[in-house]
Design a protein around this ligand. Structure first.
Ligand SMILES: Nc1nc2c(ncn2[C@@H]2O[C@H](COP(=O)(O)OP(=O)(O)OP(=O)(O)O)[C@@H](O)[C@H]2O)c(=O)[nH]1
Ligand SMILES: [Mg+2]
Length: 286
C-alpha cells in the first residue's frame, strides 16, 4: 500500500487556498506520462472559479500520440491545455504567449482603464516533481527556483518575477489525502511524484514490468538483454532474470530501483501510463 500525506502537504494545500485570490490564472501541471492520474482533485476544488491552464509536462518522455489524445480530451472537458518539454529553452516564451492570449480580455480591460502593462499573477501547482520550478525558471529565464530530480524539492511558496509583466508563485508539490486506488499510486510512484523512501521498490517495479512487457516490449528486451524465452516468465521471475542480467545477483530490490530510474530517464522508450480509450470505456460502463 502506498499512502503518503504528511503534515507539510496539508500546509501546502492551506497556503494554496490562502493565496488563490491573489492570482489571475492557475497553472495546473500534470505529468504527460500519467496526465489523468496526476490530476489533483484538491486543485480543482480550490481553483475552479479561476481561469486555469492545464500544462502536460515532460512531454519529451511521453508517447506523443497519447499526449495528443489527452490534449483533445482535456479541451473537450473545457480546459485550456498544452504540452511542454521544459528542458527546451523556447518553452518559457511559449507559455507567456499562451497566458497573455488566454487573459487578453482582462489585459485590454486594464488598458482601457489606463494601465499599460498589467501585471499578471499566476500560481503553479501540481504533484511533487512534475516540473513546476523548472517551468517557472524557463519563464523567468534564470534559475530563480531550486529544482531537483526527486519529490519534495520546493519547501515553501516563492514569488518569481519575469521581465514580461508576469509574477509567478512557485509552490511545493501536493498529493491528495487518499489516492483513488493503488494503480494511481503506482503510476505516481513510477513517474517520481512520491518520495522513493515510502514505497516498496519491487511492487512498483512489478507494476512497471507488467506495463512495459505489453507496451514497450522491444525497449524492455533491449535494455536488459532479454530473449523471447525470458519474456514467457511471470513478472516475478522476469524481475529476477533482469536482476541477474544487470549483475546484481539476487538483490532484486536494488534492481527494482534501477528499473524504475531507467524508465523515468526514458531508457525503455517513451511511454504514457494513462490511456484515454480505457477511460472512456470505464466512463461508458458507469
Ligand atoms: N525530461 C524532462 N524533465 C523535466 C521536465 N520538467 C522538469 N523536468 C525534470 O524533473 C525534475 C523535477 O523538476 P522540478 O522543477 O524540481 O519539479 P517540481 O514540480 O518543482 O518538484 P517539487 O518542488 O519537488 O514539487 C528535474 O530533474 C527536472 O529537470 C520536462 O519537461 N522534461
Ligand atoms: Mg519545485
Amino acid at each position: 500500500m502506498i499512502q503518503w500525506f504528511p503534515g507539510h502537504m496539508a500546509k501546502a494545500i492551506r497556503q494554496f487556498e490562502e493565496n488563490i485570490h491573489l492570482v489571475d490564472i492557475v497553472f495546473e501541471l500534470v505529468d504527460a506520462r500519467c496526465p489523468y492520474s496526476s490530476i489533483n482533485p484538491e486543485v480543482y476544488r480550490i481553483s475552479k472559479e479561476k481561469p486555469r491552464l492545464m500544462i502536460l509536462t515532460k512531454a519529451d518522455l511521453a508517447n506523443p500520440n497519447f499526449t495528443n489524445q489527452w490534449l483533445k480530451y482535456f479541451k473537450n472537458q473545457g480546459y485550456a491545455a498544452i504540452s511542454v518539454d521544459s528542458k527546451n529553452n523556447t518553452t518559457g516564451n511559449y507559455i507567456t504567449k499562451v497566458v497573455k492570449n488566454l487573459l487578453k480580455d482582462k489585459i485590454s480591460a486594464s488598458k482601457n482603464k489606463g494601465i499599460e502593462n498589467k501585471i499578471i499573477r499566476a500560481i503553479c501547482v501540481g504533484v511533487p516533481n512534475v516540473g513546476k520550478s523548472t517551468l517557472l525558471n524557463q519563464i523567468v529565464k534564470r534559475r530563480a527556483a531550486q529544482v531537483g530530480n526527486r519529490a519534495g524539492v520546493t519547501k515553501g511558496q516563492q514569488w518569481l518575477r519575469s521581465s514580461k509583466d508576469l509574477e509567478l508563485l512557485d509552490t511545493p508539490g501536493i498529493l491528495w489525502p487518499k489516492f483513488k486506488d493503488q494503480t494511481v499510486a503506482n503510476k505516481l510512484a513510477l513517474t517520481g511524484a512520491v518520495k522513493d523512501s515510502i514505497y516498496a521498490s519491487d511492487d512498483v517495479a512489478l507494476f512497471a514490468l507488467e506495463f512495459f512487457r505489453e507496451h514497450n516490449r522491444e525497449g524492455l528486451m533491449k535494455r536488459y538483454r532479454l530473449n523471447e524465452n525470458d519474456m514467457e516468465l511471470n513478472n516475478v521471475d522476469l524481475l529476477l532474470k533482469i536482476t541477474q542480467n544487470i549483475g546484481m545477483r539476487d538483490d532484486y530490490e536494488q534492481a527494482s530501483m534501477r528499473l524504475i530510474l531507467d524508465s523515468r530517464k526514458g531508457k525503455l522508450g517513451n511511454f504514457t501510463l494513462d490511456n484515454v480509450e480505457e477511460l472512456s470505456k470505464d466512463e461508458g460502463n458507469e
